[in-house]
Design a protein around this ligand. Structure first.
Ligand SMILES: Nc1nc2c(ncn2[C@@H]2O[C@H](COP(=O)(O)OP(=O)(O)OP(=O)(O)O)[C@@H](O)[C@H]2O)c(=O)[nH]1
Ligand SMILES: [Mg+2]
Ligand SMILES: [Zn+2]
Length: 302
């Protein structure tokens, strides 16, 4: 659908995305306005343009889908959880392919460790009887988005919940268990039992920017430990009396979790600067265009 000139010129994050409510013009062919969003899941797309891209709007609950095999990575879950906290949506971690794992409880335990209190549901999407836990998060009034790497079984879960084939599914590669991007665009589905589900294709890049508060929300256990460090400005590197390093030492805190926390904060800081720079460059360019127009206008007037 066509966008109004104002929307065409607005930042990517302000342009319509799946889940948005919009106002159309009289011909019903052009989007004039995007209505205020109650939540927005977005990411930083790295590449030619460092730009924040909207992924899904007005989502109540985010199903962060991961499978009980080599694909499972706590650090990726923590990244999704930070983006979810920033979106203003409720996270639920869904572990799929329980039929393929020997020790499902261990996956559940590790998933629970990624954020205090985060709900975790485990399913075998090929067995409809295993879906009750997941169903309890869906009702006629909720909008859910399914996110996660390609091949984890988002579309398979969607079909299982619907009881019929709404979306195509695809095989994964045997060697690394990765999918082949079967779902190619975001699509909103209505479940026969009520509830809206957005199937989001697997994304390779999930950049973070401008979300340091949300990163701290996910890692609030580390924040709490840091309050007990001897020095108020402790960087938890080599300082004496560091409670964070002490917790790693005693086994209370995973060193992987601490490194990922640091990595996300660093990445976020750098990206936040880049985005701010780009924004001011954009503003300067807009100013330049305006000045040139004014000069031309003057010339024509005289
Ligand atoms: N054994 C088993 N296989 C599953 C399960 N869930 C999904 N699969 C299989 O995993 C493969 C990938 O599933 P898809 O649903 O296409 O994955 P997707 O997450 O939608 O992938 P993209 O659309 O590429 O992002 C298919 O072969 C499914 O049959 C499960 O719970 N158990
Ligand atoms: Mg899919
Ligand atoms: Zn410290």
């Amino acid at each position: 659908m066509e966008l109004s000139p104002a929307l065409q010129q607005s930042a990517a994050v302000d342009r319509p995305t799946v889940g948005d409510w919009v106002l159309l013009d009289a011909s019903l062919a052009r989007i004039e306005e995007v209505l205020e969003r109650k939540s927005l899941f977005k990411r930083l797309a790295v590449g030619a343009r460092n730009e924040i891209q909207p992924i899904a709007a007005n989502i109540d609950t985010l199903f962060i889908v991961t499978s009980c095999n080599e694909e499972f990575k706590e650090s990726r879950l923590e990244r999704y959880l930070a983006l979810c906290a920033d979106a203003g949506a409720m996270p639920v971690i869904i572990l799929t392919k329980t039929d393929l794992a020997d020790d499902v409880d261990d996956y559940i335990r590790r998933a629970r460790g990624t954020q205090a209190g985060v709900p975790v549901e485990a399913v075998n999407s090929l067995d409809p009887d295993s879906l009750d836990g997941v169903r309890s998060w869906i009702d006629g009034t909720t909008t859910v988005a399914l996110v996660g790497s390609s091949g984890v079984g988002k579309s398979t879960l969607l079909n299982a919940l619907a009881g019929r084939r709404l979306a195509a599914t695809g095989e994964i590669r045997e060697d690394d268990k990765k999918g082949r991007h079967t779902t190619s665009h975001r699509e909103l589905h209505v479940l026969p039992t009520g509830g809206l589900l957005v199937d989001v294709p697997g994304m390779r890049e999930l950049g973070v920017a401008e979300i340091s508060d949300s990163i701290n929300t996910v890692f609030n256990d580390i924040e709490a430990l840091a309050m007990r460090c001897k020095f108020a400005d402790c960087r938890h590197e080599t300082e004496p009396g560091c409670a964070v390093l002490g917790a790693v030492e005693s086994g209370e805190l995973d060193s992987r979790r601490l490194s990922n926390y640091r990595k996300l904060l660093r990445e976020n800081d750098l990206a936040t600067m880049t985005v701010a720079e780009q924004r001011s460059r954009g503003r300067n360019f807009a100013k330049l265009v305006k000045t040139v127009k004014e000069i031309k206008q003057n010339r024509n007037d005289s």
